[in-house]
Design a protein around this ligand. Structure first.
Ligand SMILES: O=C1O[C@H](COP(=O)(O)O)[C@@H](O)[C@H](O)[C@H]1O
Length: 257
């Protein structure tokens, strides 16, 4: 089975990056809705939610068709500053005037914070409700997964050298020893990410340039981000700024949809 080759888009400013990312997401959303009447997306936390501001007020975004999941989440209350859901609420959802129904934003069950195994099963159950039997695939096929890139090359809550990278069965898995705080998290597994129709990474700033070079120029090092290669006909794109791409020799593609 062939897997997608990364496509690199690099932008001179954060405004251009966010605008182009919004255009890209809107296009994928339109294709998904035309095909099946809904759009399934998994969103990361960290610096990513802020880069989605270009979607706010953008014509053509059909929020009522969105079904949002988290690529990873920290095991903290939903209003905790460490929560990826809280971050997405603050940066995006709270600016939509209720256009994206709350029931279509699938966050962790806060009543299960004390039992990470049960919480993980419950979150996997949310995905099963959406995806099981829809396309007869063993793994869910998200229309789009949006990922960040940590300075150590981690993505979602998949960390370099961690055994979770080899999880072959689960859709959602938990980690209790995350090297980046907080230690307890859940994450989509690499298998799920690599079954998505489209995956897009977003990374910006000078602090990311060494890691981005390793990921794109030396994929054989096997950093988690390099291991994101959706199977054909899936795609993997990188939306970065010129500061982050300053060291990579990887070929740039002119953005245009
Ligand atoms: O801990 C996390 O880190 C990654 C990367 O974050 P960034 O701030 O360096 O962009 C993020 O994608 C993930 O969702 C988050 O839980």
């Amino acid at each position: 089975m062939t897997s997608a080759t990364p496509v690199l888009y690099s932008f001179p400013s954060s405004d251009l990056l966010t605008e182009s990312l919004a255009t890209y997401i809107t296009k994928i959303q339109k294709e998904a809705i035309n095909k099946k009447g809904r759009f399934t997306i998994a969103i990361s936390g960290g610096s990513l939610p802020k880069t989605l501001r270009g979607l706010i007020g953008k014509p053509g975004v059909k929020w009522d068709k969105w079904h949002v999941y988290y690529a990873d989440e920290r095991i903290v209350p939903l209003d905790d500053p460490e929560s990826n859901h809280a971050l997405c609420e603050r940066e995006l959802f709270s600016h939509l005037g209720g256009a994206l129904p709350a029931a279509q934003i699938h966050h962790i069950d806060e009543s299960l914070l004390g039992d990470i195994e049960e919480l993980t099963d419950a979150y996997e159950g949310e995905l099963i409700k959406e995806f099981a039997n829809k396309d007869a695939a063993r793994f869910p096929v998200f229309d789009l997964v949006l990922l960040g890139m940590g300075p150590d090359g981690h993505t979602a809550s998949l960390f370099p050298g961690h055994p979770l990278l080899s999880e072959a069965d689960r859709w959602v898995a938990y980690i209790e020893d995350s090297p980046k705080p907080p230690p307890k998290r859940i994450t989509l597994t690499l298998r799920v990410i690599n079954h998505a129709a489209h995956v897009a990474f977003v990374a910006s700033g000078d602090g990311k340039k060494d890691t981005l070079r390793t990921i794109l120029d030396e994929p054989e090092q096997g950093l988690p981000c390099s291991r994101v290669r959706p199977a054909h006909p899936g795609t993997v794109s990188w939306f970065v700024d010129d500061a982050a791409s300053a060291l990579t020799k990887y070929a740039r593609t002119q953005f245009g949809v």
